[in-house]
Design a protein around this ligand. Sequence first.
Ligand SMILES: [Fe+2]
Ligand SMILES: [Fe+2]
Length: 300
Amino acid sequence: MARSVTEWVNVTPDISIIARESGQVWFHRASSTKRELDPFAIAMTGNGSAGSTVGLLDGALNLGFSGIEKRLAQPEPTVAGYIVALAGAYHTSVHTPRNLRRAASRFEELGRPEVAAYLEERAREETGHDRLALKDLHALGVPGERLVANFIPEGIKPLCERFDELCAQDYPIGCIGYSYCLERIAALKQKCDIDKVQVLCPDGVDATRFLRSHSCLGSEVTHVEETIKFVASLNASDRIRVVQETYESALIMAEGYNHELLKSEAEMLDELQQAIGQTLPYRPGTYSSLRKEGGARPAA
Ligand SMILES: [Fe+2]
Ligand SMILES: [Fe+2]
């Protein structure tokens, strides 16, 4: 009988994630005194399996978010917050196909056509997602192109920079960890999350195209499944690098979340209006009352 696969990755100087094919995952804290007796102090070299690889990837995400879990801002959704999120969605999507193709051609040069083909396919699938965010902004009466040209949410900037850097590296395997982090988090969004946003939108306006496609209702679920399968097929050192980058990206993403969400609706609205040089058809906390009066219907 084949032995069940166990995988492990050291993600911080003293924490390793250990995952079994059966789905069991645990965090292992290295003890300096017993380092020579610690079997997880040495990098893994064996094959992966879908069950253990997803354990490592999701373990890395959980660990990345665990530092801020208690102080994770959870404000009520607002129109201004949603517009900021759409601007962020645009920026995290607009360069994705170009960046992934850059990484793919590097893997072609390195004689790794299977990694190149996977990244090319991802680049194709992600093409046009920035347009979805722009369409949603237009539906809300926001000049999308002008907004994104002048505004990138501060919490999103480091994430975009990280992806640019990863895809430009000599050995750009880490870009798969970054993509996993973003897609897995998106795939956690449920229909009720979309409904909450829909309630904020003017009647008859469809401004949730990006959100739907980047939720459990859209293509993200398949993207996540395909990525897990692909990462599990990689050699051990590539899997280690992908899991470590999933952790690093989760840390950056978690910090960015709080950065934006802790701002008040008025602050966000002010930032947005300055970026587009005009007043938006919303005032903090007033959209629902305006809707009852039949006003504030933005041009769709
Ligand atoms: Fe996307
Ligand atoms: Fe995707």
